[in-house]
Each structure stands twice: as structure tokens, then as C-alpha cells.
Design a protein around this ligand. Structure first.
Ligand code: ZN
Length: 436
């Protein structure tokens, strides 16, 4: 609560409103009126009420939700308000979610064993089937304008992002294939260094950044209008991407390393600043381990205890047959070692610092809902809870204009810039897929 970069925020906001480029933010005209500088003075109840209104009014885009892999593991009816799972239509409508990037996630193990492209195609098939089964609720999104069209039609748009470039398999024709199937960003690597890039989670830094093919792929992603996602890749790869990309890039679900020292998966201050300077956006991840050192320490201590238990019992932790025992151990462990859940204030601290470093145009939301297990902040447990975060932004003095940008305006601007570049290159994307 102590960090309120209000003066700077307002200065930046008014500057941006004069030069919006292709993004039209409906609230610009009211940036200095009630609901701008007075937001910090709202009572808690008034902030919550206003947040509920803004969530419905502004376009909310979340760049990383792991629904495809959740459905791959087990079917769910996303037209209903499910008691488990963090995304479904009723919750999305309550939370004001308009554009939910579905993560076409390919585990590094699949990448290593073969079958990455087949899995990606299968997960995309599943998303097409989901939309076909509930056409009045969900729609695919082939371009940024589809999100607004979906919102106007009362639907939730489901653009696609590929998490792990493994399915590209060194073949630029595969990039075209997945682009035609609707992939609009690619996270170059996941938990292991791959044929495109080194990974922040992998001590094997075989490329010291991008591979020669990765450099080539990047140019073709730019040309074809597929956003480059720097989440998960190593620092070296990040700096290379920033140097090489012809268009702004996104970090689809990353937070700030400042709050989780030593955790390379998050971005350090210089990276956040450089990303913003290059016109890109950092989309804040809500997983507690991405937000606080306490959650990081809890995770490390738990892993140590679980490993010690498995060793003492002679259990192979990688054997699926031992999954029930592992779950039982975790349940017991939690009774005496409660998980260090982050709070909404922790998420707000990340947003504040990212705004201080990179400016109000460089920050957005990449929750990782359905992707981080039971580790989400208190009161930010699913897509129905975005208004709680918006209320926090209001209480910290963010103006309506600022909030519209964080909720989705910033990433939509980047997406539009990437689309415009592809059009200049003669490879414009058609919106016709989604709105049929
Ligand atoms: Zn991820």
C-alpha cells in the first residue's frame, strides 16, 4: 500500500492520451475528471462497486490461461459455473474478461519424446470444438479487433498462444501452419532449452540465447504477425530478442524478479525497463511463487521435505503410480505448514513497480489461471475475481485511463502494432476465421 506513484502515473497518462495511435481508449476524455485523481479517496465499498462497473465497461485481456491443458487432462463443461477450475463462461462474464488467451502448452517432455506438433494441433482442435459447442458464449479470435467484436456480442474471445515453440520443429512451414490455425503468440521455450532458445529454468544454456534457427524464426514471426513472447526464456535470449525483434514483444505471464530474488523466470528491473522502452508489455503472473519470496521459500522447503519423504519410503516421485501418496503427503504437510498465499496487494506491488520502471503503457495481466495449481492470491482465485484487483488499483490512485490500459489496452496496442507490421510486409492477418 505504500507505493503510490500517483504523480508520475497521471503525468504519463495524460501524455499517452494525446498520442494513442491505433488504440482508442474510451475513457481518455475523462482522464482528469472524477474517477481519475479521486480514485484513491474512494471507500472500500465504493471502490469495489466502481471496479465491478469498470470490469464490464473496459476490455479485459488476459494473455495466459491454461484451459487447453486442463481440458486435455479432464473434460469440463465451461458453459457452467464450475466448482473447480479457474475459467468458465459465468465466471468470465462476472469478472469482465473479454479476451482470454488460451495457452497451447506443450510440455518439454513431449517436445523431447516427439509428438509436440500433434499435441498442439489436438489442443487447438479442442478449442475449436469448445467454440463450436457454445457459439453464443465463446469465439476464437484471429485478430485484435475480434476481441472487441466478441465483447460487443456478449461473448468471450479465445485467442491462442503457443507455450513452447517445440511444435515448430525447425520448419518455418510449421509457423505458417500454426499461424493459420490461429496462434497469435509463441513463447519460444518452456521449462527446458529447446531448438529455438535457452530456458530460464534450464541450467543447460546450449545457445547462450537464441539458436541460429531461433533468430530466423523471430524474423518470420515478426513478418507473419505472430507476437514474440519472452516469458520463460533465459536472460541472454531475452536481450537478443529485444535487439532483433522488428516489433514490440510481450512477456505473456511474468512478474518482477525484484520481489523474488534469484528467480530468473521473472524479469529483473533492467529487463522490464528495456521491454517498456521497446514498446512491449509485461503481463503480470498471479501465481504466488511469482509474487513473493515467502511463497518461493515455501515451495523450496516443501520440495525438500517431499523428496526426503520419497527417499525414506523408497518411492520414485516420477512414477505416476505414486501420485496418490504424493498428494497425501502434501495434504498432511499443509496441515502444519500452511501455504504462503500472496495477497492482491502483492500483485499491486508488482504492477506499481513495473509502472515505475517502464511506464503505464507497458503493464498488463497474464494470470496463469488453471496453470499454477492452488497457489493463487487470496481473493484472486479465478477469472471472476478481476474486479477485486481493479478495486485495488483504484485505491492506489490509478486513474480510469490507467486501469483501462492495464486491463487490456496495452497488450491490444502491441497486438495491433504486430498486425500492422505484418500487413506492411504483405502478410496481413484475416479476422474472418473468428467471426464466422
Ligand atoms: Zn508458463
Amino acid at each position: 500500500m505504500s507505493k503510490k506513484p500517483v504523480g508520475r502515473l497521471f503525468a504519463v497518462a495524460s501524455r499517452i492520451c494525446l498520442g494513442l495511435g491505433t488504440v482508442v481508449l474510451a475513457s481518455c476524455a475523462a482522464s482528469s475528471g472524477p474517477g481519475g485523481g479521486n480514485n484513491a479517496a474512494l471507500s472500500t465499498a465504493a471502490a469495489q462497486a466502481k471496479a465491478n462497473t469498470l470490469a464490464q465497461q473496459f476490455t479485459l485481456v488476459d494473455t495466459h490461461i491454461d484451459v487447453p491443458f486442463r481440458l486435455h487432462r479432464g473434460a469440463a463443461n465451461l458453459e457452467l459455473d464450475n466448482s473447480t477450475g479457474e475459467f468458465d463462461f459465468p465466471k468470465a462474464k462476472r469478472g469482465g474478461l473479454d479476451g482470454a488467451f488460451m495457452s497451447i502448452y506443450i510440455p518439454a517432455t513431449v517436445d523431447a519424446q516427439g509428438g509436440a506438433a500433434e499435441l498442439a494441433d489436438k489442443l487447438i482442435d479442442d478449442m475449436e470444438a469448445l467454440v463450436a459447442s457454445a457459439p453464443s458464449k465463446f469465439t476464437l479470435a484471429a485478430c485484435s479487433a475480434d476481441v472487441a467484436a466478441a465483447k460487443a456480442a456478449g461473448k468471450v474471445a479465445l485467442p491462442l498462444g503457443m507455450e513452447n515453440g517445440g511444435p515448430i520443429a525447425g520448419d518455418l512451414a510449421a509457423l505458417t501452419h500454426f499461424r493459420e490455425r490461429g496462434i497469435r503468440y509463441i513463447t519460444l521455450a518452456h521449462s527446458k532449452s529447446n531448438h529455438i532458445s535457452d530456458s530460464s529454468y534450464d541450467s543447460n544454456r546450449r545457445w547462450h540465447g537464441l539458436s541460429p534457427f531461433g533468430v530466423d524464426l523471430l524474423a518470420h514471426m515478426n513478418k507473419q504477425g505472430v507476437m514474440v513472447d519472452v516469458s520463460h526464456i533465459s536472460d541472454e535470449a531475452f536481450w537478443q530478442v529485444l535487439q532483433l525483434s522488428a516489433t514490440p514483444v510481450i512477456a505473456s505471464h511474468s512478474s518482477l524478479r525484484h520481489f523474488t530474488p534469484g528467480f530468473e523466470r521473472n524479469m529483473d528491473d533492467s529487463m522490464v525497463k528495456a521491454l517498456g522502452d521497446a514498446g512491449g508489455v509485461i503481463q503480470i503472473n498471479f501465481g504466488s511463487a511469482f509474487l513473493t519470496e515467502a511463497a518461493q521459500v515455501w515451495g523450496a522447503t516443501f520440495t525438500e521435505a517431499a523428496t526426503a519423504y520419497a527417499t525414506a519410503q523408497g518411492l520414485d516421485p516420477t512414477d505416476p503410480a505414486n501420485a496418490a501418496k504424493a498428494k497425501e503427503f502434501r495434504t498432511d504437510y499443509l496441515k502444519t505448514n500452511p501455504f504462503a498465499y500472496a495477497s492482491i496487494d502483492d500483485v499491486l506491488d508488482h504492477i506499481d513497480r513495473a509502472v515505475q520502471l517502464a511506464g503505464i503503457d507497458a503493464v498488463g495481466l497474464g494470470s496463469d489461471f488453471d496453470g499454477v495449481g492452488d497457489s493463487l492470491p487470496i481473493n484472486l482465485k479465478h477469472v471472476g475475481d478481476y474486479p477485486n484487483l481493479i478495486a485495488g488499483l483504484l485505491k492506489r490512485g490509478y486513474s480510469d485511463v490507467d486501469i483501462e490500459k492495464i486491463m487490456g489496452g496495452n497488450v491490444l496496442r502491441v497486438w495491433q502494432e504486430v498486425e500492422a507490421y505484418a500487413a506492411e510486409q504483405g502478410t496481413a492477418l484475416s479476422c474472418s476465421v473468428a467471426n464466422r
